[in-house]
Design a protein around this ligand. Structure first.
Ligand SMILES: Cc1cc2nc3c(=O)[nH]c(=O)nc-3n(C[C@H](O)[C@H](O)[C@H](O)COP(=O)(O)O)c2cc1C
Length: 155
């Protein structure tokens, strides 16, 4: 029998990062965000995927409606990024992301996926599509899972 779940939503936003230009300092800052976000999201039963493309951040946040709302309120007022804009907010039937918080930064190793998605020009125009952000995040997650040898869970 299928039980009725409490309402599950996802929220997709994009923003401009206010992080250090120095690569080592930037990595440290991303590490701090990750630690805070993992802890809070685990507690709030949020699953999420953050993609960093140069100066831009895009994130998909999934969970119970109120938890997503409260999490986004905190994120939106964080001065480590600015111009935080919601791209999409809607009910979903199931979660797509498996961890409380994973972040992937554009690099030579994953360049092909970023280029193919066409996300950067959309971010530069200020009109990224929810489906493009979501699709790229799912692809990057699948690749990261495959590297860890757990791709069989995602067929
Ligand atoms: C790009 C970005 C993504 C973030 N993602 C999350 C997140 O998924 N969950 C979360 O709780 N905090 C996230 N944070 C951190 C929050 O903005 C906030 O600093 C943190 O939740 C601690 O909140 P507090 O200072 O009110 O305790 C993110 C911050 C940034 C800059």
């Amino acid at each position: 029998m299928k039980s009725k779940r409490t309402s599950l939503v996802h929220l997709i936003y994009f923003s401009r990062l206010n992080l250090s230009a120095d690569p080592a300092a930037r990595t440290k800052q991303i590490g701090e965000i990750t630690r805070q976000a993992q802890k809070k999201n685990e507690f709030a039963v949020i699953t999420s995927f953050l993609v960093i493309d140069g100066p831009f951040a895009v994130q998909v946040i999934e969970g119970e409606r109120l938890s997503v709302h409260e999490t986004f309120q905190r994120i939106a007022s964080d001065n480590r990024h600015r111009d935080v804009q919601i791209v999409e907010w809607r009910e979903i039937s199931k979660r797509e992301f498996v961890t409380s918080f994973t972040t992937v930064t554009r690099s030579a190793a994953n360049e092909v996926h970023f280029a193919k998605s066409g996300l950067l020009p959309m971010l530069q125009r200020g009109t990224p599509k929810g489906a493009v952000i979501h699709g790229l995040a799912v692809t990057l997650q699948a690749e990261s899972m495959a590297k860890q040898g757990i791709d069989h869970l995602f067929v």
